[in-house]
Design a protein around this ligand. Structure first.
Ligand code: GDD
Ligand code: MG
Length: 399
């Protein structure tokens, strides 16, 4: 891959946030000159280097009731050397959608000769494992794992960690272009190649989203939700720096990856608020405003890379209510952050009232939060899921 270095970097305590990076070549060949050419702002990352990183990466695919053809396409876009982890919250009755997904994955794995993990979000064994390691916030009062994309991602992260992976990436399962899935994974690896810290994150900005407008294909760049979330996150940065910035372009990046070391020290937030909360929590924990519970991260620093993909992104876009909901929960997590200044809170309330997300004068409730996974005893968790197929494969070190 040939990719530009971040042109701008904003430092926030121990957090380095990089500006948007453009990809010049998706495949720039074999090893030639892995370090940036002198005086060049563009870096060639040889194919072998990406391959080595991908070998240590798990790709988590959250699924809830998607068309099987789409999920199969996503599986085929994940490079062979990555561990695939499907976390499904699809219904099991009246039709057992999960067992159809499981069949499709097993069939796929047989053809491509690899092992993969598939788990159901409502598997009582998983719920028991979380209970056992005292990670109770993910459970409902009935002891089931909660619904939600973030909740599925947490399961995937724990499984990737148990399988000994160094990196974890997420790709949605409703993606129509397998080629774009492959590209996201390569870009995750490129970000990790460039990073100098064990605590790094890579976030993708879609190049465009094709839409039909006036019977023509139109490639839209920014959706309403992302523009709104980015605007508020940038206002937060601007408040502390005293300089207006537009650096954040990935407030809602569903396609993102982290080192497992970073994934274990960040807190999580429910459902679709997870992505903006990553940025917020990085600033809360490592931005130098509050005392950090992880001094080792303060010493080493955390890095965020934002990469612009080349493929258009086509997925099953949700209805108006779903889009409003994503915008609302993003504002909720910014509003409730300990680092959110009063003026920004007021602006958020105004925006919420303007869109009638909330009656004037009311405050939004705080979305559910889940503490960092670092407190989990991995061995105890594994013991609980030992009887599953993936538990056995992990136990035997075969993934
Ligand atoms: N395991 C699991 N559990 N997966 C879920 C759940 C759940 O409860 N809910 C949704 N998913 C899966 C979906 O099947 C899909 O693969 C993925 O999570 C994203 O859900 P969508 O409903 O398709 O989200 P979206 O397309 O509106 O939004 C996506 O892009 C946004 C950026 O524009 C998501 O990735 C958002 O998180 C992201 O902010
Ligand atoms: Mg979608």
């Amino acid at each position: 891959m040939r990719i530009e270095m971040p042109r701008e970097i904003e430092r926030f305590g121990a957090v380095r946030l990089g500006g948007l990076q453009k990809v010049f070549e998706l495949d720039s060949g074999l090893k030639k000159n892995p370090s940036p050419e002198q005086g060049s702002a563009i870096q060639q990352i040889p194919y072998e280097a990406l391959y080595e990183i991908e070998k240590e990466m798990a790709i988590v695919v959250p699924v809830r009731n998607e068309r099987l053809k789409l999920v199969e396409g996503v599986l085929c876009g994940i490079p062979h050397q990555c561990l695939t982890i499907v976390v499904s919250n699809s219904p099991r009755a009246p039709v057992d959608r999960f067992s159809m997904e499981k069949d499709a994955l097993e069939n796929f794995c047989q053809f491509v000769d690899k092992h993969a993990i598939i788990a159901h979000q409502k598997d009582p064994l998983l719920a028991r494992a979380f209970d056992e390691v005292k990670y109770k916030s993910i459970l409902t009062s009935r002891g089931e794992i909660r619904d939600g994309k973030a909740e599925g991602m947490i399961i995937g992260t724990v499984l990737a960690w148990l399988a000994g992976k160094k990196y974890i990436g997420f790709v949605d399962s409703d993606n129509y272009f397998p080629g774009s899935v492959e590209e996201y994974v390569r870009e995750y690896a490129a970000g990790f190649f460039m990073s100098r810290s064990r605590y790094s994150m890579v976030r993708i900005v879609w190049h465009s989203k094709p839409k039909i407008a006036e019977s023509k294909l139109f490639f839209r760049k920014w959706g309403r939700t992302s523009s709104n979330t980015n605007r508020f996150l940038n206002k937060l940065l601007s408040h502390y720096h005293g300089f207006e910035t537009e650096l954040i372009k990935t407030g809602n990046a569903g396609e993102h990856a982290m080192t497992i070391d970073l994934a274990r020290v960040l807190d999580y937030s429910a459902g679709y608020s997870i992505e903006p909360y990553h940025i917020i929590n990085l600033i809360e924990k490592f931005g130098g405003i509050n005392e950090s519970p992880f001094p080792e991260v303060m010493r080493e620093g955390a890095e965020v890379y934002q990469i612009e993909s080349r493929n258009p992104h086509l997925h099953d876009s949700g209805d108006e209510d779903h889009i409003k909901d994503m915008s609302y929960v993003a504002m909720q997590v910014i509003y409730h952050s300990s680092v959110c200044p009063e003026e920004l809170k007021k602006e958020i309330l105004k925006e919420m009232a303007h869109h009638r997300y909330l009656p004037r004068g009311e405050r939004p409730p705080r979305p559910n939060r889940f503490p960092a996974l670092a407190s989990i005893n991995a061995e105890a968790f594994l013991e609980e899921v030992e009887s599953t197929e993936y538990g056995r494969l992990i136990g035997e070190g075969r993934l």
